[in-house]
Design a protein around this ligand. Structure first.
Ligand code: IMP
Length: 399
């Protein structure tokens, strides 16, 4: 049985923790999209690890796959490997030769462009790397073993961007070639490797990054990431048939957060927002930026579970609600005098209409059960996992 775990909101739902919890039952943990923009915080043996590129299941000794749909920053990857090694964990990695490579040029272009575009990206070179991929001038992991190939590709992309510098391109090419050699053993044709592993009975946990509402097609465009974060991304980002994805778990919080710009109709401000942010530790795992916070938006959740093809839900951070009397929930949107249960195309024309749910002080409370029933009723997905703290033990399976 192969399972996918994806985010249902704007990222930072606690996917890393859920993947870590589930990974003990899988042989392989495979990532299919994004790059070091993701930030998965996992507590392992009392220590907090922040992983950006490496699938969190490697902490349990599982094989981590970095699929062709990812964009790989080798310097960042090397840094993560070194941190794990210093803690006595030797990560087992398989990296796609087709994954595109983030270079210092991509990072630099992103900083310049985002000043103008204003998405508030993580500045990890993600957008420009998917851009060079789509433009067909990108550099892939497999190219890095040929120094002249690296040079040609870097020359082309920097000329197109108008930032070509012969000396710098040569230096970057040498650096990338040397870095790639350190990972040579891990670079493979992952689509063949992974399908063969599944044929031989190995189970795979597909680890999503970012979330449905940041998906390049279904998210709040243009305030999105540059890849498909929904389950469809597994097929294109790993070369896996949809028939091999047996169950999809969507991860969500009972409230919402967002990092960067873009619509967030249920956002709250002031003292109350500060309290929620502190209680939830809502600071970006990749950039340390304070996350914007707000209430659960049911139209967005209904939409995310639909396009996310979600079978089950993992509800995280439910302890952040402890002590709250009421939990406001945006039930629908009022647009030009009409109420809609799905989100509008243009949020500016609509107002969220709220309902209040009773707060809870423990996951045994009746109010918490009611909240779960409401989510199940509205999404058609069963809430199967509840997480109420950072430690692995603070996770409950609901039968
Ligand atoms: P990019 O993925 O760095 O291009 O950033 C695009 C948007 O997605 C920005 O609003 C980022 O803050 C957001 N984003 C990207 N990765 C994550 C994540 O892992 N968690 C939360 N937000 C993210």
């Amino acid at each position: 049985m192969n399972v996918a775990v994806i985010g249902l909101q704007f990222g930072d739902e606690g996917k890393g923790k859920i993947v870590d919890f589930l990974s003990k039952d899988f042989d392989i943990i495979a990532r299919f999209s994004g790059g070091s923009n993701a930030g998965h915080s996992v507590v392992h043996d009392g220590k907090k690890f922040k992983l950006h590129l490496i699938p969190s299941g490697v902490l349990r000794g599982k094989i981590g796959v970095l699929g062709n749909g990812m964009v790989v920053d080798l310097e960042a990857l090397k840094g993560e490997v070194e941190i794990l090694l210093s803690e006595g964990i030797e990560p087992k990695l398989v990296i796609s030769s087709r994954a595109h490579v983030v270079t210092s040029f991509h990072r630099e272009v992103e900083v310049m462009e985002d000043e103008l575009i204003g998405i508030g990206t993580t500045r990890r070179g993600i957008g420009p790397t998917y851009e060079t991929k789509a433009k067909r001038v990108g550099l892939r992991m497999g190219d890095l073993f040929y120094e002249d190939m690296i040079f040609k590709r870097l020359e082309l992309m920097t000329k197109l961007w108008g930032i070509y510098d012969d000396e710098r391109v040569r230096r970057e090419a040498r650096k990338l070639h040397a870095l790639a050699l350190e990972f040579k053993e891990s670079v493979k044709n992952t689509e063949l490797w992974l399908n063969a592993a599944m044929d031989s009975g190995k189970s795979v946990l597909f680890e999503g990054s970012q979330a449905v509402l940041l998906d390049i097609d279904f998210g709040t465009y243009p305030y999105v990431t540059s890849s498909n974060t929904i389950v469809g991304g597994i097929c294109t980002g790993l070369g896996v048939s949809p028939r091999r994805i047996h169950r999809v778990i969507g991860v969500m919080k009972p409230y919402m957060t967002r990092v960067g710009s873009g619509p967030f109709p249920t956002e709250i401000f002031g003292e109350y927002a500060r309290e929620l942010r502190e209680k939830g530790g809502e600071y970006g795992a990749t950039t340390g930026r304070p996350r914007r916070v707000g209430w659960l938006d049911m139209p967005l959740l209904r939409y995310a579970t639909l396009v996310g093809a979600v079978d089950e839900i993992a509800l995280t951070k439910v302890d952040v609600i402890y002590g709250m009397k009421n939990v406001p929930v945006a039930w629908e949107y009022r647009c030009s005098g009409e109420n809609n249960t799905y989100p509008p195309y243009n949020f500016e024309e609509c107002e969220p209409v709220y309902r209040e749910y009773g707060g809870w002080d423990s996951i045994e409370d009746e109010e918490f059960r009611e909240f779960i029933s409401m989510i199940e009723g509205e999404t058609g997905a069963r809430v199967k996992l509840v997480s109420y703290g950072a430690d692995r033990e603070n996770t409950r399976i609901i039968d």
